[in-house]
Design a protein around this ligand. Structure first.
Ligand code: FAD
Length: 463
């Protein structure tokens, strides 16, 4: 069988690329591993906040570019960052033209558009009536109306290559499909234990899959097999969750424990801090996943932080965490709390004493590890009762992946585009990550880079 373009994966990255190809007169076939009508993928269950490094995509190109660089400590590829920033406005305009509605994010006061209707801001996974699910279905229908095809139950296992150029794909089971161009949009490698065990955590069984477990690293593997370069495989986007989320479905993807961690402190069983809580929940969840035992982190804080948690975060953990069966330990004395939480009482007392002393003196950077306070002021332990929440890392989607240039073309290890091969969405590396685990946005990565990949293929094939 021959198509102009084969797209691997029918999330927002793949369907955006395919629809742009079809709009440009190029015939796309989208191959999707999931076989259900409403096949699972991260796009379907996304909350729907469309942002570029937490800025509105309608901000100026230069501001967005700078925000990406700030988020990633300037580790993002400049051409990819520029591509995303330059195309952000056009991307949201296209989404509107395609019928996607937007609303103001209910919990982010700084003007982030959210795909409407918004999901209910409550614990658990809740996607059926949400804007992302409806828009994903709409994009699939539009693709058919534009002459494209979406085939479900079709998992791609490798790329066909001839004379250094990609000329098609091979499906599980051996079927070969020829194409003039291939777009990898399989959604990342977060659900592949071997790959995350190699790059992200010592014990993949001890981190919570905060996603649909459809990103199994197929795209990364098949691209590497033909010599593609990779970037930033060591970081991921995710949030800190209650340890109970490992086997309680009501405790993921919300409530997140990010803000509690960022205002209080996070310790290992010896009662010692191990990371800069002030850098926020995405950084902290990476730090927890990186511990020798990823189930050894506990948030400790005083009642002022717990009271604040009624207001803070997308789904306030107070009371959602308790109502949905999450462990929140409480005691009037620190040593009593340590005993309940399995922490070394002397170690915790020493850490709290140092923490209170240096925060009171305005010397948070002198703590070890240093504590930044720019975004989240540190709360001293002053007001009992004291609280502890056993934590785990929740992985939503990997940040790194296949290297592309500013035209969504996959690069080989010498930096040269591999003819016929493109990538979009969470399989793309080089835009996110860096020392602070910078997050630019899963949706803009899918819609924005998907749009560029589709348009690039049109200009290549249709001239
Ligand atoms: C709970 C949750 C909330 C989120 N909220 C937000 C948010 O508010 N804002 C934001 O910016 N981001 C958010 N994200 C992230 C965002 O949803 C994703 O990063 C984005 O949707 C990824 O799109 P994608 O097309 O790359 O991958 P996906 O949507 O995962 O689609 C990839 C598809 O490829 C298929 N596939 C995989 N392997 C193969 C193969 N070998 N052959 C064929 N098909 C294959 C999969 O089955 C899947 O359908 C959220 C994610 C989750 C899980």
């Amino acid at each position: 069988m021959t198509f102009d373009v084969v797209v691997i994966g029918a999330g927002f990255g793949g369907l955006t690329a395919a629809n742009h190809a079809a709009l440009g007169g190029v015939k796309p076939l989208v191959l999707e591993a999931g076989s259900d009508d409403l096949y699972m993928c991260n796009s379907r269950v996304a909350t729907g906040a469309l942002h570029v490094a937490f800025r509105s995509p309608e901000d100026s190109e230069d501001d967005l570019y700078q925000a990406i660089m700030d988020q990633t400590s300037a580790t993002a590829r400049t051409d990819v960052a520029r591509m995303v920033a330059e195309n952000a406005q056009a991307t949201i305009d296209w989404m509107r033209d395609e019928g996607c509605d937007f609303m103001q994010h209910p919990r982010r006061s700084y003007g982030l558009p959210m795909m409407a209707p918004g999901r209910a801001m409550r614990a658990g996974l809740d996607w059926e009536k949400s804007g992302p699910n409806l828009f994903l279905q709409a994009l699939g229908e539009k693709l058919g109306a534009r002459g494209g095809e979406l085939r479900r139950g079709a998992r791609v296992s490798s790329l066909l290559i001839e004379g250094g150029a990609v000329i098609g794909v091979v499906l599980e089971g051996g079927e070969r499909i020829a194409a003039k161009a291939v777009v990898i949009a399989d959604g990342g490698f977060q659900a592949d234990r071997e790959l995350i065990g190699k790059h992200i955590t010592a014990d993949p069984a001890k981190i919570r899959q905060r996603n649909t477990q459809t990103g199994r690293g197929d795209g990364l593997r098949m691209a590497m097999e033909i010599g593609a370069a990779t970037l930033g495989l060591d970081k991921f986007y995710g949030h800190v969750l209650s340890r109970d989320a490992l086997d309680n479905e009501k405790l993921w993807p919300y409530p997140q424990i990010d803000v509690i961690c960022a205002k209080g402190m996070v310790v290992t069983p010896d009662g010692k801090r191990f990371a800069d809580e002030g850098l926020g929940g995405i950084y902290m969840t990476n730090a927890i996943a990186g511990l020798a035992d990823p189930l050894s982190a506990t948030a400790v804080f005083d009642s002022s932080v717990w009271e604040d948690a009624r207001e803070s975060d997308i789904v306030p953990p107070n009371p959602a965490l308790v109502e949905n069966g999450g462990t929140v330990l409480q005691a009037d004395m620190l040593d009593e709390l340590a005993a309940k939480a399995g922490l070394d009482a002397a170690g915790l007392a020493a850490t709290v004493e140092e923490f209170n002393g240096l925060i009171r003196a305005g010397s948070a950077p002198a703590l070890s590890p240093a504590r930044t306070t720019k975004t989240y002021p540190a709360h001293m332990f002053e007001k009992p009762p004291y609280y502890a929440i056993p934590l785990c890392a929740g992985i939503t989607v990997t940040s790194g992946g296949v290297a592309v240039d500013g035209r969504a073309r996959v690069l080989d290890t010498t930096g040269v585009p591999i003819p016929g091969l493109y990538a979009a969405g969470s399989v793309v590396g080089g835009l996110e990550g860096g020392p602070g685990a910078g997050y630019v946005g899963g949706l803009i990565k899918a819609f924005g880079i998907g749009r560029i990949a589709g348009r690039e293929i049109v200009s290549k094939i249709a001239g």
